[in-house]
Design a protein around this ligand. Structure first.
Ligand code: SAM
Length: 245
């Protein structure tokens, strides 16, 4: 197994109309090496082969913040971004490397993951990031975090209704929650509508795309915050999962 990430300049250019500069390429490589080293100590991700890491962790993270193949304008201007259930730092860390004007808050409920990300942040120079250890159900009520972010990201943390309940309370009015999904159907959008309405959001866009190397189907759900989230949300720890809206 090679420990060098592929460059993939054509794919970055064609899919995102963007190319990492040499410093960003170095930081992606550094992140990859830190994840490989971290994996030797504890299980961070099963995606370790270079091309798979590039596609599923780097490209996928950035494609989510580039609906229709263009980086969101607010992110280019330096938005406040929160990544809920970031695990080993995805999608938030690659987003922070690619868009270094953004301030990224990386949240996870597991101490060892937060410790790992803190170490990553000290070793990468481009990203402006900080960590918060805690549960989305609690952070969503904290005055420092509630309705404080332009964009909230969430990947592989629960059902879409759970992800909406974790993210929308954190987003400012007018801001966006981005839910990364694999397969998705129109029926699921119809079912999600009710949860999103209760949380003060609206489903603005559901985008389907395929990944560039393995042609795997992905979806991103873009939820616009159109009204203040009622104070009851998010509900207490564990309830969004047990009784999804
Ligand atoms: N987002 C990463 C990714 O896509 O690679 C990690 C996904 S991992 C399957 C789910 C992560 O969410 C875990 O690290 C877990 O600790 C965290 N998590 C689960 N429920 C959470 C909650 N209620 N609040 C904060 N973090 C949570």
């Amino acid at each position: 197994m090679t420990n060098s990430l592929p460059a993939m300049a054509d794919i970055w250019q064609n899919s995102l109309n963007w190319l990492p500069n040499p410093q960003q390429e170095q930081e992606f490589q550094r992140l990859y090496e830190l994840i490989l080293a971290g994996n030797r100590q504890f299980n961070l991700t099963r995606i370790t082969a270079a091309e798979e890491f590039w596609e599923k962790h780097l490209w996928d993270a950035l494609r989510g913040v580039a609906p229709e193949g263009r980086f969101m304008r607010s992110l280019l201007e330096g938005a406040g971004v929160i990544d809920i259930g970031t695990g080993a730092g995805f999608p938030g860390v690659p987003v922070g490397i690619a868009l270094p004007n953004c301030e990224i808050t990386l949240v996870d409920s597991t101490r060892k993951k937060v410790n790992f990300i803190e170490e990553v942040l000290t070793k990468l120079s481009l990203i402006r990031g900080k960590t918060v250890m805690g549960r989305a159900e609690e952070i969503g009520h904290h005055p420092l975090h509630r309705q404080a972010y332009d964009v909230a990201l969430i990947r592989a943390v629960g059902s879409a209704a759970v992800c909406a309940e974790y993210t929308l309370p954190l987003v400012k009015r007018g801001g966006l929650a981005v839910i990364y999904r694999g397969h998705w159907t129109d029926e699921e959008s119809t079912a999600l509508q009710n949860a999103v309405n209760q949380l003060g959001g609206r489903i603005e866009l559901v985008e389907r795309f395929t990944t560039p190397l393995t042609n795997s189907v992905r979806h991103c759900l873009y939820l616009r915050k159109v009204a203040t989230t009622p104070g009851d949300f998010p509900r207490g720890v564990g309830i969004p999962n047990q009784k999804p809206l």
